[in-house]
Design a protein around this ligand. Sequence first.
Ligand code: SF4
Ligand code: SF4
Length: 173
Amino acid sequence: MSQNQQTRLILRAYQLLEEVTPLTTDCGELCGHRCCHGEDHDGMWLLPGEEQFFLGQPGFSVQPCQDNAGYPLVVCDGHCDRRLRPFACRIFPLFPMVRLSPLGGIMVQAQMDPRAQLSCPLREREQLRMLFRRRVQRAGEILVSDPQLRAYLLETTEFLEEVAALREKMLGQ
Ligand code: SF4
Ligand code: SF4
């Protein structure tokens, strides 16, 4: 798949999650907008090919990342034009988990991101608006049609499963 097609898929995923938020009200009021107030080194993991939207963009800095399957992350200054926010901000606290089915097909499921347990008061998938859950799921289904994005989502799902297992072992939750 060409880079143009990959870009188109990311933009379609962006569009699906342009206006739909986790709750019908501003969930940032529950937590003091914690998502947007990280430390200088905190950043949002970027999809393969997503850095093109942030390179040279005021208020954003693309940086190398030791995790994220080798892809970079983007750090923001805590304010953004919502239309420009990265995929990671649009889907949090969910993640489109991608797994291989026993028959070799691809399964996409919007699930709670275990990293959200550290910071987000929305702990249960069912607390989130159905439309938001469906859109995150649909965005994942769109992205997996690109081989590089599919490989990234498979690897990141595996990583997040390890995070969840480790947390369960350490905290019993
Ligand atoms: S941390 Fe959770 S509740 Fe707070 S703004 Fe982010 S998604 Fe909303
Ligand atoms: S890019 Fe926007 S939505 Fe994402 S963390 Fe920064 S200010 Fe918040």
